[in-house]
Write a protein that binds this ligand. Structure first.
Ligand SMILES: [Zn+2]
Length: 279
């Protein structure tokens, strides 16, 4: 019996949900290791500003003393206009470890996702008389990075740049050390892990759909906004403008055309649905 389009859709949503949950968990554990060691590196930095900010000063200081404390923080040895590169967490070793751990987490989480998503595709296609397709995880994960033109290692590089910027901004701001720690905790928190996991799982999902369409010589697909409130901000695909995924919903594209979520927006949940039936 043919697996229905609606069944494929809900199976894909379920496979994505499991994949995103699993990948986010892996990313969160890498993130929490990183933020823990970052805080240690920053605390042990030996910078006067940091030492002052660690002094036992109650939060509810009278305003004039708070001003004094802020002034002390700003004056403290290093002029704040002077960027302090040696005090930043430039420790290559720890960033290098983070980069490797993050890549391992991404690749293993995506390999798990590939298993679930390819099963859904195989169920759908084989129920229509097509051959089973076996996708190799490493090749498929590399193929989508090449297609979207964004290597997974960039996630680690962006993280490092963002953290350097956060530390530099904090350094010249006169804010308490605790506010920097709070920013770092938030940045390495579950929300960002979820967003990264969603984007990468959905990118992988469109690569898998593409691989199945190519293997089965299907040349067209329909944009499916998956029923959830699609975005309505203007998007350009192949030189044509659309009012977001709302207007893209149901539009027909050819294999090789830009696909969601890469062609649309971060966090896009849309799916490419093959539209050629078995002959
Ligand atoms: Zn979308």
């Amino acid at each position: 019996m043919k697996v229905r389009y609606s069944q494929r859709r809900s199976n894909i949503l379920e496979a994505r949900r499991k994949s995103v949950a699993h990948l986010s968990e892996l990313l969160e554990s890498v993130f929490s290791d990183r933020v823990r060691s970052l805080k240690r590196e920053l605390r042990d930095g030996g910078n006067l500003r940091k030492r002052i900010s660690r002094m036992d000063v109650p939060d509810e200081l009278p305003p004039e003393l708070l001003t004094l404390k802020k002034a002390a923080l700003v004056v403290g040895g290093n002029p704040p206009s002077n960027p302090p590169p040696e005090n930043l967490p430039h420790d290559l070793d720890s960033w290098q470890k983070f980069r490797i751990a993050l890549l391992i987490a991404l690749n293993s989480g995506l390999a798990y996702a590939l298993g679930l998503l390819a099963d859904v595709e195989n169920d759908w296609w084989t129920s229509r008389g097509y051959e089973q397709v076996d996708l190799e995880a490493r090749a498929t994960i590399l193929a989508y990075q090449a297609r979207v033109g964004r290597n997974l290692t960039l996630i680690a590089d962006d993280t490092m740049l963002d953290v350097h910027k956060m530390v530099s901004d904090w350094y010249v701001s006169g804010r308490d050390f605790s506010s920097l720690l709070a920013d770092l905790n938030k940045y390495f928190g579950s929300q960002r892990a979820q967003l990264i996991a969603t984007q990468e799982v959905n990118n992988l999902n469109s690569q898998i759909s593409l691989a199945f369409m190519t293997a089965h010589r299907t040349n067209q697909w329909a944009w499916d906004a998956m029923g959830e409130k699609p975005c309505e901000s203007e998007l350009e695909i192949n030189g044509k403008y659309y009012m977001g995924c709302m207007e893209l919903n149901g539009k027909i594209f050819r294999v090789g055309d830009p696909m969601p979520p890469f062609a649309s927006h971060i966090g896009c949940q849309c799916l490419a649905t093959p539209i050629k039936e078995a002959t």
